[in-house]
Design a protein around this ligand. Structure first.
Ligand code: PRP
Ligand code: URA
Length: 214
């Protein structure tokens, strides 16, 4: 598989890689999976926001006036339900004033196509930097659909933030949304015949919500 995307960034921080290993481990139970994903989301939020544009402002310290900076654009967060909710805390820690939208997508197990069950976006998406959150980029169908819907609603500055990406998903976004940066912690080997990422971490939504079959 030819994995090319002009804006693919892989987070190599050693602590992030260690956290990912805990997520991959099938012995990690849902409460620890959720808390580990929360910790990892801080690294992802940091990496995804490294290049945000700034504008200059003037403020006054307790001692004197001084120039400073603030983010040039407001931020919005859009988790893809369910698993994307697991990435929210790290982003909210950095952007507590972000507007939050939601898109609910469930991937059909046979066709692997996403089915929408919720779409609620903030108003005035155009000027915002929008972080789209989903730990898993597998076929790329869900991510591509979410990005398309956001663009239809007026979004212009989108950054897709994940934990694991498959080459197939990266390729899909390179085709459908080549200008959208992808931030991830690992680029895995391939998809299996059921569309799961290998080696992967399993079904992120089920592991986060404790809804795995017993
Ligand atoms: C998972 C995952 C992504 C999607 C990735 O969600 O969180 O949204 O699959 O697969 P794709 O790249 O092939 O579209 P799922 O549909 O299982 O829903 P869930 O988060 O509620 O478990
Ligand atoms: N969705 C998941 O949660 N995991 C995969 O491996 C693929 C899609």
């Amino acid at each position: 598989m030819n994995t090319t995307h002009d804006h693919l960034e892989i987070i190599t921080h050693p602590v992030a890689r260690q956290l990912l290993t805990r997520l991959r481990d099938q012995a990690t139970p849902p409460p620890e999976f959720a808390s580990t994903l929360t910790l990892l989301s801080r690294f992802i939020a940091h990496a995804a926001s490294t290049h945000l544009p700034l504008k200059e402002i003037s403020i006054t310290t307790p001692l004197e006036p001084t120039p400073g900076v603030t983010l040039a654009q407001p931020v919005a967060l859009v988790p893809i339900l369910r698993a994307g909710l697991g990435l929210m805390d790290g982003f909210l820690a950095l952007f507590p004033h972000a507007a939050v939208g939601h898109i609910g997508l469930a991937r059909d197990e046979k066709t692997l196509l996403p089915r929408t069950y919720l779409e609620k976006f903030p108003a005035l998406l155009g000027p915002r930097i929008i972080f789209v959150l989903d730990p898993m980029l597998a076929t790329g169908g869900s991510a591509s659909h979410a990005l398309k819907q956001l663009k239809l609603a007026g979004a212009k500055n989108l950054i897709f933030c994940s934990v694991l990406a498959a080459p197939e998903g990266v390729e899909r976004l390179a085709q459908d949304h080549p200008e959208v940066p992808i931030i991830t912690v690992a680029l895995d080997r391939q998809l299996n015949e059921r569309g799961y990422i290998l080696p992967g971490l399993g079904d992120a939504g089920d592991r986060l919500c404790g809804t795995l079959d017993m």
